[in-house]
Design a protein around this ligand. Sequence first.
Ligand code: V47
Length: 382
Amino acid sequence: MDLNLKTVSDKVDAGERLTADDARALFDSHDVWTIGRLADRVRRRMHGNAAYYNVNRHFNYSNVCALSCHFCDFYRKRGEAGAYEFSTDDARAQARDAREAGATEIHMVGGLHPYLPFSYYTDMLEAIRGEYPHLHIKAFTAVEIVHLARIDKRPNDLAGVLGDLRDAGLGSLPGGGAEVFDDRCHDEAYKGKIRSDKWLEVHDVAHELGLMSNATILYGHIESIDDRIGHLMLLREAQDRAIERGWPGRFQTVIPLPFVPGESKLRHLPGPTGLDDLKMMAISRLVLDNFDHVKAFWIMQTIELSQLALQFGVDDIDGTVVWYDITKVKRDGSTHQEMSAGHLRRAIAEAGFEPIERDTLYRRVARDGAAWRLADASLEHV
Ligand code: V47
């Protein structure tokens, strides 16, 4: 074992909280086996041999965006080739497809569209709920929530905006748009986007209202290791806040997102390596002791690495996905990126874990083909 990890190892054994210096020692170490073993110890304490997956679909309703983030290969300007915005009927059709496929969740995000009114978003939520009431709608990053508050001319009423969206069918918030909580990175690569304080405020307000949410960190571009550590510390503080104040909502999952260069303005950068991916997921598990879950998103990490990540602190893999436009791996740029539930189960079982289908709120799902219900019959859907 790398002797520089001895203090961290002792703390993990004793169940003690790690400091920023401990996180630095982990990032600085090349002893990935020890890092993985430590993360696995914590993961097994929390989840035993269980590894979760879900039957979901992602829906990117528009790629038109007022921002031009340098890491992003998704956005288009209005009128530009490839720009699109889906209609309420399209959203309804997505819900119909989701029902036929037995999905439990739709994950819906888009760009910051400069012209669509607030009613576009509530209509879309209502159409999906009307078509398939049992589908959990996880939608709109904190960045979009702030944007919707602005276009509806109530920039300071985040609670009102979230409340209206919830009344229309919103079930929880995804973790996107966080990038790296650092002002230098923000100004160099995603200027114009909300800063960390606002992102965290939206999630605080959501948690206070009783909405669950997730958190991401986008790494492997222009950030430093200290920036990553600072980000994890801010997430941990925000979760402490939700717990200490007894808010009914909180973060469920952290999803470390490796930068995928694609055709973005940062495409000259190589993106992180597999070892960096494994370390990032393991260190997230070790530092975020108040987060229940660490999720691998196979779309970005690949299913092969996600399998290995299950032994590096990860307990959850998202998902069947079906359509995804934000990052693409196929050379033809196809947004059809689907993995069957059977394949996810096989990948998990092969890694030595018990595959467990969950819904968005991590409740077990009992399934018979496309028909499903919550395994605990006393619980309500959605
Ligand atoms: O908000 C954009 C990031 C996010 C790139 O909450 C990129 O369960 C890598 O947040 N390379 C969207 N990342 C994905 C996301 C997510 C995914 C799966 C599950 C959940 C969840 C959330 O992807 C964006 C942005 O932060 N992103 N471009 C890129 N080139």
